[in-house]
Design a protein around this ligand. Sequence first.
Ligand SMILES: *[C@@H]1O[C@H](CO)[C@@H](O)[C@H](O)[C@H]1NC(C)=O
Ligand SMILES: *[C@@H]1O[C@H](CO)[C@@H](O)[C@H](O)[C@H]1NC(C)=O
Ligand SMILES: *[C@@H]1O[C@H](CO)[C@@H](O)[C@H](O)[C@H]1NC(C)=O
Ligand SMILES: *[C@@H]1O[C@H](CO)[C@@H](O)[C@H](O)[C@H]1NC(C)=O
Ligand SMILES: *[C@@H]1O[C@H](CO)[C@@H](O)[C@H](O)[C@H]1NC(C)=O
Ligand SMILES: *[C@@H]1O[C@H](CO)[C@@H](O)[C@H](O)[C@H]1NC(C)=O
Ligand SMILES: *[C@@H]1O[C@H](CO)[C@@H](O)[C@H](O)[C@H]1NC(C)=O
Ligand SMILES: *[C@@H]1O[C@H](CO)[C@@H](O)[C@H](O)[C@H]1NC(C)=O
Ligand SMILES: *[C@@H]1O[C@H](CO)[C@@H](O)[C@H](O)[C@H]1NC(C)=O
Ligand SMILES: *[C@@H]1O[C@H](CO)[C@@H](O)[C@H](O)[C@H]1NC(C)=O
Ligand SMILES: *[C@@H]1O[C@H](CO)[C@@H](O)[C@H](O)[C@H]1NC(C)=O
Length: 544
Amino acid sequence: MKNFTQLLLGGLLAGTCKAYPGPLECPACYSLGPIDPVKNDFQSKCATIAPKLQIANATVYFSQYVAAGTNLSLPENNVTCGQSSQVVLTDMCRIALSVVTSNRSGISMEAWLPANWTGRFLSTGNGGLAGCIQYGDMAYSASLGFATVGANNGHNGTSGGAFYNNPEVVADFAYRSVHTGVLVGKNITKTLYGKPHSKSYYLGCSTGGREGFKSAQEFPEDFDGIVAGAPAFAFNNLTSWSGHFYPLTGPPGSPAFVPTAMWPVIHQDILRQCDMLDGYADGILEDPSLCKYDSKGLICNATLTTNCLTPTQSQTVQKIFSPLLTTDGSLVYPRIQPGSELADAYIIYGGQSFPYSDDWFRYAIYNDPSWDPAKLNTTDYANAARINPSNIETWKGDLSGVQKRGAKILHYHGLMDAIISSENSPRYYEHVRDTMHLSPAQLDSFYRFFRISGMDHCRGGLGAGVIGQGLDSVNSYEPRQNILTAMVEWVEKGMAPETLVGTRYVNGTKNLGVDYLRAHCKYPKRNIFKGGDAKKIESWKCVD
Ligand SMILES: *[C@@H]1O[C@H](CO)[C@@H](O)[C@H](O)[C@H]1NC(C)=O
Ligand SMILES: *[C@@H]1O[C@H](CO)[C@@H](O)[C@H](O)[C@H]1NC(C)=O
Ligand SMILES: *[C@@H]1O[C@H](CO)[C@@H](O)[C@H](O)[C@H]1NC(C)=O
Ligand SMILES: *[C@@H]1O[C@H](CO)[C@@H](O)[C@H](O)[C@H]1NC(C)=O
Ligand SMILES: *[C@@H]1O[C@H](CO)[C@@H](O)[C@H](O)[C@H]1NC(C)=O
Ligand SMILES: *[C@@H]1O[C@H](CO)[C@@H](O)[C@H](O)[C@H]1NC(C)=O
Ligand SMILES: *[C@@H]1O[C@H](CO)[C@@H](O)[C@H](O)[C@H]1NC(C)=O
Ligand SMILES: *[C@@H]1O[C@H](CO)[C@@H](O)[C@H](O)[C@H]1NC(C)=O
Ligand SMILES: *[C@@H]1O[C@H](CO)[C@@H](O)[C@H](O)[C@H]1NC(C)=O
Ligand SMILES: *[C@@H]1O[C@H](CO)[C@@H](O)[C@H](O)[C@H]1NC(C)=O
Ligand SMILES: *[C@@H]1O[C@H](CO)[C@@H](O)[C@H](O)[C@H]1NC(C)=O
């Protein structure tokens, strides 16, 4: 009841209250303009839907009509999620509920159902270890006419503390939250609109990318089209890798720690060695996997006395740009791609432990809050990979479930990703190729992977990283330039993207206008400069 009241009041107080048609008291609510019969019918359906929802294990908190333009206040959203409001872009029905998933776990979720429905359904995903509904993604996809759901991944807030001694909460995080949200969301969609959805989609990045692949691997019937970015798959090994930088460097001032001020120098040295590998020096590596960086030239000597590295620091740099291996030499996780140093100087190379890795080992792997991340070693990598709670690794190479039912996957990864190495994505693509014994041309019929040069983790970066992957990253809805509408076109018209055109804004700022567009290639192709004006798409080409 507390939830109900607080959520409801939050929505009403901040909203453009006038459009609210519901049964609750709201003195300012009834100053409606001329009644639009279509809209009004939708509003009353929305207001009265709650008792009609007969969903096992679910408790509906409220349903509420929200008009386009409303700045929705989100007072119940955990403060660590960092979002207290979301502007809603289309007239819609907002439904909030909780669903019990076991005798000691459950999810909270919302459905945002647009008045102008296209018949399509879409589930959003999550990020990090977080139990945070991705309201921005929900607003984006609802505005495009998808009946949209988002769930809290089984706990609230960004920490992994809720995993402690509760494998059911971990199970929600590993697979059950998204899957439950999809089953419930499709049911709600049918009940509200009076007919089932036509096609079902997924949009997510990072942990959301992993969740997309978890659906593809285990619940292929859930979606007709999955857009999965920068996936956090090989999840246990990823957390080992993210955690290993701190024991490698030690805190700032340690002999092996590379001073933060050196990373811009190293970045320039990397560009000097590798920027021309794609034929054009613009600060963007079109294929960083080709860059075998050597930091020896930055070691201090009699003539090089400032902006230089000690031999130990240079060794740290070489280790950072090498794959993480077990003691017997087998791969735990690929190296980070060169190019993301400017951001990583403050993240994984910053001389602190990595919060997601700390929480994963403490609360999901060892159930020991006193576990010390400074001591992380190969024994821990092996333990995490072996314990693999609820098979969160998400590394199944057999996607025949997706292939057989004609569903599609669009996978993307930014090549300036500072959090999840972009080199792990081709590794998965090749794992699928080898597991299914399919050539890239055969994989093309259901699974396409695009490397997005210059894109940081899921968005941002210094290159043409705007591909319609989220509300803050839309230059166009034209399928060539928008990965979500491209997916719809592939699923519904059979027209699959050969490239994804990304936008670079002037100084990365939308209101300064477009600087250039670049067509990103479908793996295993890579982009090279042909000559001419580098800011023109046709000056580049995808080669094998
Ligand atoms: C929704 O799910 C319940 C069971 O949880 C089922 O009884 C009901 O028929 C479903 N409704 C629709 C519209 O699918
Ligand atoms: C929405 O409201 C919040 C305060 O609740 C405010 O900080 C934010 O700027 C508003 N957003 C817009 C776009 O008006
Ligand atoms: C998460 O937050 C929602 C909204 O406040 C609340 O209803 C739910 O009980 C919370 N869940 C947990 C597991 O704390
Ligand atoms: C309801 O939740 C229980 C666990 O608490 C589970 O066993 C059961 O399958 C759930 N029912 C449905 C229809 O999901
Ligand atoms: C919760 O369910 C598990 C089996 O899924 C059972 O072993 C356990 O006893 C149950 N706990 C409670 C408190 O009902
Ligand atoms: C409804 O959505 C379609 C696209 O699906 C759009 O063309 C149309 O303008 C929308 N209508 C309204 C009233 O928003
Ligand atoms: C908010 O999230 C933090 C971090 O995940 C958690 O410790 C806290 O209990 C949450 N607060 C509420 C009210 O759920
Ligand atoms: C110092 O290092 C630079 C860069 O590697 C090199 O060009 C130079 O020859 C070295 N000088 C001496 C004295 O070793
Ligand atoms: C890893 O660390 C643990 C204790 O922190 C230790 O028991 C174990 O022997 C170490 N393993 C290796 C391979 O060094
Ligand atoms: C994860 O690391 C272990 C070694 O700790 C290795 O055996 C396993 O193959 C790795 N899994 C993946 C998916 O890379
Ligand atoms: C873009 O940024 C650079 C420096 O970062 C600045 O010199 C330039 O004026 C900016 N351009 C615009 C159009 O703001």
